[in-house]
Design a protein around this ligand. Sequence first.
Ligand code: ZN
Length: 337
Amino acid sequence: MLSWPKRKRGWPPWKASWPGEIRALTELQRQITTQQTEIDRLRAALQQGGGDLSTPAPLSPPAIHDITDELVKHPTKKYATRKLDKITHICIHHSAAPATIPIQNVAEYHVNDRGWPGIGYHFYVKPDGATYQTNHMETVSYQVADNNHYTVGVCVAGDFTYQPPPATQVEAAARLVAWLMQELDIPEANIMGHKEYPKNDTSCPGETWLKNVTWKNTLLDKIRSVRSGLDGYTGKRIGHYVLFWQREDTWAQQDWRAAEAYFGRFRPTAGFSVDDAQTAEYVTIVGGDAGVSFEAERTLQTAGCKVERLAGKDFAETKKILDDLVASGRRFLTFPG
Ligand SMILES: [Zn+2]
C-alpha cells in the first residue's frame, strides 16, 4: 500500500513565498554585478600600472577640431556670454538632417534662415567620430529655448528618428561628454536630450533617444566606462596602425592585398577604424582621399598621431610604394624607423 508523505508547511514548493525570495535574489544579483564592475575596474587599473586605484586618472581631452572662428556669423547680432561656472547641464541634439551635410551649411542655415548670431551648437560629432567645437563654451548660443544660459549643446550629426547613431559616433560623443562633465563638474543626471528640457516640445535628439533602443542609455553606459577608465582610452597603446578605407558596400580589398608583403615584414596593426587608429603613435593611411578622407587624416593628426599616407596614382603604384618600403626595410617613407 502506498503511503503519502505528510504535507509539509510550504508544500507544494511553487506555493512557497517566492516573490520575496525572488526579490532577495534579484538584489543579490544586482550587488554581484556592481562588485564585478568594481573588480573589472581595479583589474584594468592594475594592468595600466596601478596608481591610485580608488579614483580613475583624469581624462585627457579627446581630439576636438575647433572651427569656431571659421563658421559664418551674423554681421551685426552677437550672442550673450557667460562664465563657465554658470554651465550645469549638457544638452544632446541630433541634426535631424543627413550627417554628410557640411557644418558650414548648418551654420549658414542658423544665421541666414533663422537670423541667429551664429551656429546654435557648441559641439558637433560626425558619424566617423570626428568631433568639432563650433562655439566657445562661454557663448550663450541658441540650441534649447529658455534653457540656453546653463547648457552646452552637443549635436550628434544625423537623424535618429528610426535608428540610433552608429557605435563609433556614440563613443566619440561619450568621450566628449565625459570630458565636459569632468571639466565643468556636471553630474550624469544633467546629461539630457533636447526634448527633456522644460518648455521644449521637440522630437530632438530623435525618437530612439528614449524609446525602443534608447540611445540615451547606450550613451550613458559608454560615458560611465570612459569615466571609470574601463574603455582603455588613456593614451597611445598601438605602436603602428595601417588604416584602410571601407564603405558600407565595399572595402579596400586591392590595397589590403597590395600590403601583404608589408604586413609580413613589419607586422603592424591593421584595420578600418579611424577611432582605433587614433590610439596609435604612427598611422599609415593606404590609398587616396577618396578612401580615407583628408578630414580623417586631420582628425588623426589632431589626436597627436604621426600620420603618413601611401597613395600612388593607381593601385599598381600604391603596391609599388609598399613593396619598395619592404625591399629597403623601411617602415615609413617620411619618418625614421
Ligand atoms: Zn535639438
